[in-house]
Structures are given as structure tokens and as C-alpha cells.
Write a protein that binds this ligand. Structure first.
Ligand code: PLP
Length: 357
């Protein structure tokens, strides 16, 4: 399928934001990619057009029944000016797994990749230059058929928007305080927790706001059935270092299979660390925090890469982790992954893809 490009009139191009004051998710590049799906014709009309509002019927099914999915990845500008992506085919495949779960159509990963490459080619000046900054890329698919009544839609829109984002830890690593939610759950096994779909974020808001009011940055989510086993933290995967072992909950259906999670597991294994995927009960976390065996907790995700946890609140008691500081494994993983993403460390696993832009 050919991708048509309609460039924004050069006089209408927006000025780039000051790279020193980039705010995540606020500023978007000049163009976006779009393609339409109908049951009769499949995906068609792939195009790059100036960024702007979508015209949509108020009865569009995504607006009523939440049939929508997305992805999140980044483009990194290397010191030599080249632009590289980190394991983008993982995001393309995950979009299709989310699509299947949400009864939406697949989109050929090769088309997704070409769309990203061509879009970044058109907006390459939007990929920031300052150290640690990047271009955030948000592929999205939504049900646009105007229809009231619950069933999978027959018409969809796939689009990609991008925008420059700052280094997550511009002020240095800052361990976060997390709150264990026993009353509210994000998702349950058998639900849609393993899909990157809108519903999961809507259902996380209430508990996240409560935690924020109490002074915590993120919610630690327990499984929705027994409310005992750790699932995730905020919108990130979670790791525990107990003794010299790295433990993360298994992909049981209520955990999002993070690309960063997988990368952490591969790197740690490569370093000779014992990495275990197993259910981990909150009691075990609290007990080992008390005994000192729990050395580190950290979250993993595209936005922050690694986010160390310095304190955890469970049943109105606070437990310090790593003395409130950044654990050595969290730091080592962070440095290594960032180093690979910016071409400063050897890409042993062949994760990076250079864009021909
Ligand atoms: C996106 C996401 C993650 C992290 O996935 P990455 O591919 O590492 O960015 C983890 N949990 C949830 C709920 C997510 O939406």
C-alpha cells in the first residue's frame, strides 16, 4: 500500500518547543499518519496529513463502548544525528495482540513500521537533540463506525501521532512512593489487562487519585481475584530484588507484557542474575522488606525506562526500600538500556532499528 503525503503549508509549521522545557504529552509534531478500515476493503487510504482534530460521528463506537487500543514507543536521536527505534516490531506485534483481544482488525506490522518511518521522515526536525530527550510515538486504533448497540464495529481508524519529550529524569533519579491498593483493582484475570486498551486506564483513575491525595506517586495493583498477588505498579511492570534474585509477576492475563519488562529480564539473565517469573504475594514483599532481604523494587516502562521505588505503603504502614535511595540493579539496568537506546553501549541483542530518514 502506498502512503500519500500531504505536507503542512510551510508557513503554518509550528515553532519547536524549547528543549529545556519539554512536558510529556503536550506538544505534537506537525503531521500524523492515518489509515481507514472497512470490512469490505480492509485497510486503505494510508496517508500522512497535517496534525489536527479528527472529524468523527458523535455515535462513533469508541466514544461509547471504548473499543480502542494504543501503543507507545520512542525515537532516539544519536549523537551522529541518526534516528533509531528500540524494538519497534515488539510494539507492532503487541498492537495486533491488543486488537485481537478487543475484536479489532490486525494491521500488517510491515505497514505499521513503514508508517512510523515515513511519518518520522516528514517530521524529523521534531526529534529533539538534547541529551536524554526523544520523540514519543503513539500509534492508536479506534472504532469509528457510527452505531449505538454493543458489538464489534465494522469501521476503524488507525493513526499515529508523535511529540518531543524530555529526559524522564532531568533532575536525576528520584525514587517514588507507592501505595498498595486493596480496595480497588485495575483489571482481573479474564479481563482485558493484557491489552493496551483504553478501559484499563479509565479504571485505574479513581485509585490513582486517592493515592495521590495521600501523597503517593503510584498505585501498586494487586490481582483482582484474591487481592494478594502483585500485578503492576501504575502503568508499568514491576520487579523485586530479593537477595540476589530478580522476581517479576508472570504474564497471567492481568499484566501488560511490557517491552521494557522483557528487555530487563534478558539483560539481567545475560549478566548472570537469577530472574524468576512467579506470583509474588504482598505479604512476602512486606515480610522481606522487614527482614532486609528485599533489596530493591523498581518499575519498568517506555516512558521512564526504570523507576525505582523508595517507599511502599501497605495497610497504613510505610516501609522503606533501598533506604529510600536508588538500588544498584535499578541504576545498572537504567544506564545499560539508555546507553543502548542512544547508541553509546553495544547492542548485544540487536534491539535497535535505524530509521532511513
Ligand atoms: C505500556 C504499559 C506497560 C509498559 O510497557 P512497555 O512496553 O515497557 O512500555 C506496563 N503496564 C501497562 C499497564 C502499560 O500500559
Amino acid at each position: 500500500m502506498e502512503i500519500c503525503v500531504r505536507q503542512l503549508d510551510p508557513s503554518k509549521r509550528r515553532s519547536k518547543p524549547d528543549e529545556k522545557h519539554l512536558v510529556f504529552g503536550r506538544v505534537f509534531s506537525d503531521h500524523m499518519f492515518m489509515a481507514d478500515f472497512t470490512e469490505q476493503s480492509g485497510w486503505r487510504d494510508a496517508r500522512i496529513v497535517p496534525y489536527g482534530p479528527l472529524a468523527m460521528d458523535p455515535a462513533a463506537m469508541v466514544l461509547h463502548y471504548g473499543q480502542g487500543i494504543f501503543e507507545g514507543l520512542k525515537g532516539y536521536r544519536w549523537a551522529n544525528g541518526q534516528i533509531w527505534l528500540f524494538r519497534p516490531e515488539q510494539n507492532c506485534e503487541r498492537l495486533n495482540r491488543s486488537a485481537e483481544k478487543m475484536c479489532m482488525p490486525r494491521i500488517d506490522p510491515a505497514l505499521q513500521m513503514r508508517a512510523i518511518e515515513k511519518l518520522i521522515g516528514v517530521d524529523k526536525d521534531w526529534v529533539p537533540h538534547s541529551v536524554g530527550s526523544s520523540l514519543y510515538i503513539r500509534p492508536t486504533m479506534i472504532a469509528v463506525e457510527p452505531h449505538l448497540g454493543v458489538r464489534p464495529a465494522h469501521e476503524y481508524l488507525y493513526y499515529i501521532i508523535t511529540g518531543p519529550v524530555a529526559a524522564y529524569y532531568a533532575e536525576g533519579f528520584n525514587p517514588v512512593k507507592i501505595y498498595v491498593s486493596e480496595e480497588y483493582v485495575r483489571t482481573v484475570r479474564g479481563g482485558v489487562g493484557e491489552a493496551k486498551t483504553m478501559a484499563n486506564y479509565a479504571s485505574s483513575l479513581y485509585a490513582a487519585e486517592l493515592a495521590k491525595k495521600k501523597g503517593y506517586t503510584q498505585v501498586l495493583w494487586l490481582d483482582g481475584v484474591e487481592r494478594r498477588y502483585v500485578d503492576e505498579v501504575g502503568t508499568s511492570n514491576i520487579f523485586f530484588r530479593i537477595g540476589e534474585e530478580l522476581i517479576t509477576p508472570p504474564l497471567s492475563g492481568s499484566v501488560l507484557p511490557g517491552v521494557t519488562r522483557d528487555s530487563v529480564m534478558q539483560l539481567a539473565t545475560h549478566w548472570g542474575i537469577k530472574v524468576t517469573e512467579r506470583p509474588i504475594a504482598i505479604e512476602e514483599v512486606i515480610e522481606t522488606a522487614g527482614s532486609g532481604e528485599l533489596k530493591e523494587i523498581f518499575a519498568s516502562g517506555t516512558a521512564a525506562v526504570i523507576s525505582p521505588v523508595g517507599e511502599i505503603c501497605y495497610r497504613d504502614r510505610n516501609y522503606r526500600v533501598s533506604d529510600g535511595k536508588v538500588g544498584s540493579w535499578a541504576l545498572k539496568l537504567y544506564d545499560e538500556i539508555i546507553g543502548i537506546q542512544y547508541g553509546e553501549r553495544e547492542d548485544l541483542f540487536g534491539w535497535m532499528r535505524r530509521l532511513d530518514v
